[in-house]
Design a protein around this ligand. Structure first.
Ligand SMILES: [Zn+2]
Length: 226
């Protein structure tokens, strides 16, 4: 486990809350999924207990004794289940037999994510639109895909791109648009402590490069608040 040195800490402090975004793929170790979930939970339980110890918390207290296990299980099985490709939902597509060729929008999809810089929640909504070519997708699959990519330590910009890319591949069309509006607890509960601001990211391809298609999408989605 690398421990950062003084210069690296200085760089991190200088960057501050300007979240850096390194690429579309979530940075993962090559052996990320060699251990079983149970092994990971056992190890994280140990390390989180150490963190609590360092904070001076008495783990022999009834109320605290189960916390390391609860946090470990929550990380592996709930908050970050979307790291593991084996948990990816099956995205079955169907032939566009009814010949629907106009815009389809799935909106107000819940986002429950966590920022990878602070491990604090990111909550909000995703709105996804596409114009089918030969393939269509079951509506709830879009929600499941958003949920999967959201449940890993994330950067909102990357989350939008990962959803976009996956849908473009599954639907075999570039004509997809993804808009995310979300609140970051690392902005509202620490640092600047701004309770009201939220962040919107928009990614699109194909016919959504065309302004009138984007405007049609924004018209459907409306003035989004989260
Ligand atoms: Zn953050």
């Amino acid at each position: 486990m690398p421990i950062i040195n003084k210069e690296q800490i200085e760089i991190i402090e200088t960057i501050g809350d300007n979240h850096i975004f390194s690429g579309i793929e979530t940075p993962l170790l090559s052996d990320a999924f060699e251990k079983s979930d149970d092994e990971k939970i056992k190890n994280i339980e140990h390390y989180f207990g150490q963190i609590m110890n360092e904070l001076g918390l008495d783990l022999s207290d009834d109320s605290l004794s189960g916390t390391p296990y609860r946090v470990a299980k929550m990380y592996v099985k709930e908050l970050f289940y979307g790291l593991d490709p084996k948990n990816k939902p099956k995205i079955s597509t169907f032939l566009n037999k009814y010949g629907y060729k106009k815009m389809l929008v799935e909106q107000n999809i819940t986002i429950d994510s966590a920022c990878e810089h602070h491990f604090l929640p990111i909550t909000g909504h995703a709105h996804v639109g596409y114009i089918p070519k030969d393939k269509v997708i079951g509506l709830s699959k879009i929600n499941r895909l958003v949920d999967y990519y959201a449940h890993r330590p994330q950067v909102q910009e990357r989350l939008a791109l990962q959803i976009l890319n996956d849908l473009q591949t599954s639907l075999e069309t570039e004509d997809v648009i993804v808009m995310l509006s979300a609140k970051h607890l690392c902005v509202s509960s620490r640092g600047i402590k701004d309770k009201d601001s939220f962040t919107t990211t928009i990614e699109y391809g194909g016919c959504f490069e065309n302004k009138s298609n984007r405007e049609e999408f924004f018209g459907i989605v409306g003035n989004t608040s989260i």
